[in-house]
Design a binder for this molecule. Structure first.
Ligand SMILES: C[S@@+](CC[C@H](N)C(=O)[O-])C[C@H]1O[C@@H](n2cnc3c(N)ncnc32)[C@H](O)[C@@H]1O
Length: 370
């Protein structure tokens, strides 16, 4: 049976540049909302006082999806603050492909980078989990994080009927909601410690919107249900064991808007007492670029071939990590390939309704000075 397990040890996006190449939708999520960050900088009105200004991208993966928006932010800061050195810190978990991140930022891949266009800019990385303080207290001026806060610090238990908390029932679902609540509060408290007075956080979070929609649920065929059906099929065929099936749970909690905003609405909440205030909240649905292309080209074979890598880029680690370590690595890889091949075959045969539309709750948060 599954155990409460820290998730930091196995979590990672697929490396080698696969993540940002396959995940163009996540880039749209960030680029479409860049104005929220620029407006926050405007409200912050930081003084041009010669001190170092620190920006972070927390849960950055290979940095490819945020590279244009981060470049825009840094150029704006350079323009406003000519005397201040800029420190750009990318953070993720230890298993992240930081080598690919640095290659992307330093212009050693086919991505366009900002690195040579901004003077007095210093780029670093940290592998400290965002479930902990990352910076010396009071030293972070602008913290950004996209599509990452749904990752919880530990799996609170098994989900017997599904692979994701959105399909869990009763006490099993409640355990994930509660873990999500605890981690969200603690994460905000950690950022309250990191942030300089007057600093800002821009958090673009996967969640459940006012209409109950979440990632991959909008097109008609629910993505997480499809994952679950195909993973169950492998169990029913004896390809994986019941234990492996039950242990496979995404280490994620999707929060509602109400849950995201609760710590700011309650003046007795430690987050409020730590000085964090919400300046802006909204939800948006960003359409799946592969499903949108399919509407134009109508070729289901092409759609299936292009669509599966975007799912695979972030989900593979979860399915692979719960296959028994007693299986030879080649056998595990064969099972995983078969799993995604079966997803691709489903889309190829009946493409209508498949779409990984992104559903986000966008928050801008400030730390008050008194
Ligand atoms: C879906 S990717 C999003 C990447 C990028 N921010 C984007 O929007 O495209 C989620 C990222 O969050 C990272 N992550 C998950 N849990 C984390 C944690 N506790 N601390 C730091 N990063 C974490 C993952 O490793 C992964 O790179």
């Amino acid at each position: 049976m599954s155990k409460p397990a820290e998730t930091a040890g196995f979590m990672s996006m697929r490396g080698g540049g696969y993540y940002s190449k396959a995940t163009v939708g996540a880039k749209h999520v960030i680029d479409n909302a860049a104005e929220l960050i620029l407006e926050a900088i405007d409200r912050m009105a930081p003084p041009d006082d010669g001190s170092t200004f620190t920006v972070a991208d927390m849960g950055c993966a290979d940095g490819g999806t945020s590279i244009d928006t981060v470049g825009k932010i840094l150029k704006e800061l350079r323009h406003r603050l000519p005397s201040r050195p800029l420190r750009m810190v990318y953070t993720d978990l230890p298993r992240n492909d930081f080598s690919q991140l640095f290659r992307n930022i330093h212009g050693q891949t086919d991505l366009e980078t900002y690195i040579d266009e901004i003077d007095d800019l210093h780029v670093y990385a940290s592998a400290t989990s965002f479930h902990r303080p990352i910076f010396p207290a009071g030293s972070l001026n602008l913290g950004f994080s996209a599509t990452a806060s749904h990752y919880i610090s530990e799996n609170p238990g098994p989900i017997s009927n599904h692979v994701h908390m959105v399909g869990a029932k009763g006490a099993e679902r409640h355990a994930y909601v509660e873990q999500g609540r605890r981690d969200w509060e603690q994460r905000l408290l950690n950022r309250a410690s990191d942030l300089a007075p007057g600093g800002r956080l821009a958090l673009f979070n996967f969640g459940i919107d006012e209409e109950g929609r979440y990632l991959g649920s909008t097109g008609g065929v629910d993505m997480f249900n499809t994952f679950n059906e195909l993973w169950s099929e492998l169990r029913n065929e004896g390809v994986i064991t019941t234990e492996e099936y039950v242990n496979t749970n995404f280490p994620q909690s999707y929060r509602t808007v109400d849950q995201f905003t609760a710590p700011f609405r309650d003046e007795t909440n430690p987050v409020h007492r730590a000085g964090l205030r919400m300046e802006h909240v909204e939800t948006r649905v960003v359409e799946c670029p592969f499903a949108a292309d399919f509407i134009k080209h109508g070729d289901s074979i092409r759609f299936a071939r292009e669509y599966i890598p975007t799912l695979r880029s972030w989900s593979e680690a979860t399915f692979a990590s719960e296959l028994s370590a007693n299986r030879p690595i080649e056998e595990r890889q064969t099972i995983i390939d078969r799993f995604y091949d079966s997803y691709e075959a489903r889309v190829r045969v009946a493409p209508e309704g498949h779409a990984m539309d992104y559903v986000h709750c966008y928050l801008i948060i400030t730390k008050v000075t008194d």
